[in-house]
Unconditional design. Structure first.
Lengths: 466, 542
């Protein structure tokens, strides 16, 4: 019998660094905005992302999305040349749209503008309007949506939100109020999206998830070729967003900016609920209470048992996790959601970092911190050079974030629990679960096992009971 | 076993691939697709290549920046590379499978795991990014005191008119180290290929020839166009050493800037990937008098042939004997594995659509285990890579290529030292400045398709159902949805090495494993098989 892995020594928070802030990003902790937009457009049924820019952007972004999801992801491009970069890309945009329509028969083309087309000030909304005027009476004309996503403004999360806003703004239409619920889940995993559908239907509610790449980016093998992978929010559902009974958007960071829920409220008076990302007990309770109120139904017995099971695990696992320290990094809303859950498990998130700069990370973290605890330190605009320095000082027991933190984890000998984007050095990133009581439980098992594995691997005797 | 009869006629295949296109595009693409034919003197049909991909057609190609920063300069460990631009480009080219290296000691610089970007913001686009770039160079210097810093331009840089060459010139003077820049904006050229050319030019202008120290070794060669994917360079370094051949510099697998600076002291340039590096080979020959010829270390037979070519060049009996001894030892081990695997793979078919040389080189490995390449094409090659350098004078230069600088190179007044004349090379049975291209080595009737699109690839899979398809990560999962394994030849699926003799053995085993994976037999669900068992009872819906 051995004692559980030794608890860490208390460590004082490192004093603020004297090092001047760097102009250069050294090992960035963010990706570019068109990537987020492309992901959203692949979450629409028959949706084809189209980058108005150099072909390399589509190629690089495909490479990253495909490495994470291990699924085909097609992204078209207008393929600027030196000449079109000077004289404008109106002709190549039209030609590109024509070819995509002909070959892929998309139901929606989501045009995202890259650094190039944004820098030359291309009037893409105007060009699309002209294109629609010229071609919209043709057979199977797709919905056309434009998101402005220059990489020099914000991160992949900003591109993601810009694309969601573009879908809502361009497509949602008013009309008699129905009983469906508009759901804006944010950048969560494909498995989380599938689970969310189930959670809503448990309450007898029919959600319109925007986006929903639950199937399109984690689909079955094909019996026959399809130009665009199945799955995604149907365009008609996007049009019906203005007639929903309510909107629910996740993310405490997103809540502080003009979000899709605000847009539906403002334009169509759709009642709006802004919740945290439902990870862990309290944030999931909030979601279930909201769903119970919206549906007039009690929380289903199965879900209540799930909650009990999560709590039971937290009880059984407290000996492994209580008092441990973690550093979290990645997409801000994910980081806040994870921090909220970690504090319930007894893990202290000592530093919560993101490459984004919303200006609201500290505030959101304070909001999820129990009153008797110090909120975690927030670090916006972080890169991995800064993170590694901080990690060396904080000496955390766990790192939670994407695969790009692996080298830091390796050098420091700290287990890395892979969450967020990109996860390209593990199998099954699309199927990682976080949301709902059961999603948190899956995550919790991973956390505890990481601590156990570390204790076992570093123990000279090699006990098989821990 | 697949027989030729079960496959559609190659000529018809090409029509089917383009049938969904609008007529103008179909015509353009038809020029980039040929059925291979060979005249007795090795002349093959003309194929159009290095042409801009049509907007909206989903291509395998990347951009100029990717070819310059990612491919050519990526594998050099001691240059601090700074991407000048918004964050995406730097992030996406950060530490890939190509970026393996082996510093000689723990103290040696290795910046490959580092990804520097000026992370341009709105205000830099409006007011210019030169100040930020200057600061970033200074920071990189203060942090690491590297031997060299290189700057890579992304799309917005050229558009807003940042003078990166002026900034690097200033910083070079200020810091006293080599600082140079690449104008490799993503919109230049039609593919990565433009970036290779720009990388070649700047390496030639700013790096090669700066260190005249002649190191030890009697048979001193450079290996050009070897990028150490999956550790290929490590195997080749070992192979060369065993043969007694001294590798002065590799461009650029497992390389350092010091080796590039010293490359002009070698006596022979061996070119692996002709597409990405032939410019450097040509320029070195003109300026320093070092001849080059094509080698290929992918495939056991090809490796043996390449080693023999090097031995023939130096005309040294001892070297020749050592090369022959090494080949004999290696081939014995290779043969054993070939004999084991060949009966299982014999007659199966492969397709290769990748790179600017790989689609050619890897055919050798398939042949060695009895597999047949029925279709192949490059992502970013030019006509000479398909048809051979004999067509160089007839290649039309279009607007996209005209914009890439062609350096005018003269013999160096001091350092020009001709090694062997072309006549002397011929006397030794060696070609000079020659690459015969992919098509002369392919079977008659094989399909050759340049810059294959995602759409064409899907049709091709449907029509020919190859046993294995070689491409990259972007294509991999779409191909595998059809129940066909995809071997990545950019990253080697994180396997390898596949170069040289031991690499060949690794590849045979890998292909055997992939082609015979259990899962392919499970792809059709039981309710779709023809011989489904008869049910005694019927399912009744309640």
């Amino acid at each position: 019998m051995i004692t559980p892995p030794a608890l860490p020594e208390p460590v004082m928070a490192p004093t603020a660094s004297e090092e001047p802030s760097f102009e250069a990003a050294r090992n960035a902790c963010k990706l570019c905005s068109p990537l987020g937009a492309a992901l959203v457009f692949r979450g629409v049924r028959g949706g084809m992302p189209f980058l108005h820019g150099s072909q390399g952007c589509a190629t690089y972004i495909r490479r990253y999305l495909i490495s994470h999801y291990r699924e085909p992801v097609d992204i078209a491009s207008s393929n600027f040349s030196e000449e079109t970069a000077v004289f404008g890309g109106a002709v190549i945009l039209e030609k590109g749209l024509e070819n995509v329509r002909r070959l892929y028969k998309p139901e929606l083309i989501g045009v995202a503008t890259t650094c190039l087309s944004e820098t030359i000030g291309e009037d893409v909304p105007g060009l699309l309007k002209t294109y629609i005027g010229k071609h919209s009476r043709e057979k199977d004309f797709p919905a056309l949506v434009h998101a402005s996503t220059p990489s020099y403004r914000g991160t992949h999360m900003d591109g993601f939100h810009a694309a969601v806003m573009a879908l809502v703004s361009a497509l949602a239409q008013g009309g008699p109020r129905g009983n469906r619920i508009a759901v804006f889940p944010g950048m969560v995993s494909a498995a989380d999206l599938r689970r969310l559908r189930g959670i809503f239907s448990d309450f007898g509610l029919s959600p319109i998830l925007t986006p929903d790449y639950g199937d399109s980016l984690d689909g079955p093998v094909w019996e026959e070729y399809r130009p665009i992978a199945d799955g995604g929010t149907p365009v008609e559902d996007l049009r019906a967003l203005g007639q929903t009974a309510a909107s629910i958007q996740f993310g405490r960071i997103l809540a502080g900016q003009a979000g899709p829920g605000d847009l539906l409220l403002e334009r169509f008076q759709v009642p709006r609920y802004k919740l945290g990302l439902p990870i862990g007990l309290r944030e999931t309770d909030w979601l279930y209470d909201t769903l119970a109120a919206l549906s007039g139904r009690a929380i289903p017995a199965d879900r209540q048992r799930e909650r009990g099971r999560l709590l039971d695990a937290l009880v059984d696992g407290h000996k492994y996790l209580q008092g441990r320290r973690a550093i979290l990094y990645g997409e801000e809303d994910l980081v806040v959601g994870l921090a909220s859950f970690l504090m319930e498990t007894g893990v202290r998130p000592v530093l919560c970092a993101s490459g984004s700069r919303s200006g609201r990370l500290a505030e959101a973290l304070r909001a999820v911190t129990p009153p008797d605890q110090e909120p975690p330190e927030a670090c916006e605009g972080a890169d991995f050079a800064e993170l590694e320095k901080a990690a060396a000082e904080w000496k955390p027991d766990l790192l939670l974030g994407n695969s790009k933190g692996y080298r830091m984890a390796r050098r420091l000998g700290i287990p890395l629990i892979r969450v967020g984007f990109p996860v390209h050095d593990r199998f099954g990133a699309a199927r990682l679960r976080h949301l709902g009581y059961d999603g948190a439980l899956e995550l919790y098992d991973r956390l505890v096992n990481a601590v156990m594995e570390r204790a076992q691997d570093t123990n000279p005797t090699g006990y098989s009971y821990l | 076993m697949t027989t030729d009869n079960s496959r559609p006629d190659p000529a018809k295949t090409n029509d089917l691939l383009v049938e969904a296109y609008p007529p103008k595009l179909a015509k353009k693409r038809a020029g980039q697709m040929v059925v291979n034919r060979k005249t007795p003197d090795g002349v093959v049909p003309e194929i159009k290549a290095n042409i801009r991909t049509t907007p909206g057609i989903i291509s395998q190609r990347g951009c100029c920046y990717a070819g310059c920063k990612g491919v050519v300069l990526g594998p050099t460990r001691d240059i601090v590379n700074i991407t000048h631009g918004p964050i995406g480009c730097g992030f996406y080219s950060w530490l890939t499978r190509r970026n393996q290296t082996r510093p000689e000691s723990p103290e040696d610089a290795n910046f490959m795991t580092y990804c520097f970007s000026t992370d341009m913001q709105d205000e830099n686009i409006v007011f210019g990014g030169e100040k930020k770039l200057r600061a970033a160079i200074q920071e990189a210097y203060d942090l690491f005191h590297p031997k060299a810093i290189a700057v890579f331009a992304t799309c917005p840089v050229g558009l807003i008119g940042d003078d990166i060459h002026n900034v690097t010139r200033e910083m070079k003077e200020k810091l006293g180290i080599n600082v140079f820049a690449f104008s490799c904006e993503g919109y230049k050229g039609v593919s990565q290929s433009a970036g290779h050319h720009i990388a070649n030019n700047q390496l030639f202008k700013h790096v090669i020839g700066r260190d005249d120290t002649v190191g030890p070794g009697k048979f001193r060669v450079n290996l050009l166009g070897e990028y150490n994917i999956g550790g290929d360079a490590f195997l080749l370094e070992d192979l060369f050493e065993r043969c007694g051949i001294t590798l002065v510099a590799t461009f650029s697998g497992n390389s350092t800037i010091g080796k590039f600076e010293n490359a002009h002291t070698a006596d022979l340039n061996c070119v692996m990937c002709h597409r990405s590096i032939n410019y450097v080979a040509d320029m070195i020959e003109k300026k320093f008098g070092i001849p080059w010829f094509k080698v290929n270390f992918i495939g056991a037979e090809a490796s043996a042939k390449s080693l023999r070519k090097i031995a023939a060049y130096f005309q040294d009996e001892e070297l020749a004997a050592r090369v022959e001894k090494t080949i004999a030892e290696e081939l014995a081990a290779v043969k054993k594995v070939q004999d084991e695997i060949r009966p299982r793979c014999e007659g199966k078919t492969a397709m290769l659509f990748v790179g600017g040389s790989r689609a050619h080189h890897y055919q050798e490995l398939f042949t060695e285990i009895g597999m047949k390449t029925i279709a192949a094409g490059y992502e970013f090659a030019h006509r000479d890579d398909y048809e051979g350098r004999r067509v160089l004078p007839t290649i039309k230069v279009d607007a996209d290529s005209r914009n890439i600088e062609e350096l005018v190179v003269e013999p160096d007044p001091v350092k020009y030292q001709p090694r062997l004349t072309w006549e002397e090379l011929s006397a030794r049975g060696l070609p000079h400045n020659d690459y015969e291209g992919m098509m002369p080595e392919m079977d008659e009737g094989a399909l050759v398709i340049d810059d294959i699109s995602e759409h064409e690839m899907e049709r091709l899979l449907e029509l020919h159902k190859p046993a294995v398809f070689c491409a990259g990560i972007k294509e991999k999962y779409g191909i595998q949805k059809h129940g066909i394994p995809c071997k990545q030849l950019h990253s080697y699926d994180y396997g390898g090495p596949y170069a040289g003799f031991q690499g060949a053995v690794n590849f045979y085993r890998e292909i055997d494993r992939m082609v015979h994976a259990r899962v392919w037999a499970l792809m059709t669900p039981p309710w779709q098989t023809v011989s489904k068992p008869l049910l005694n009872a019927e399912w009744v819906r309640a």
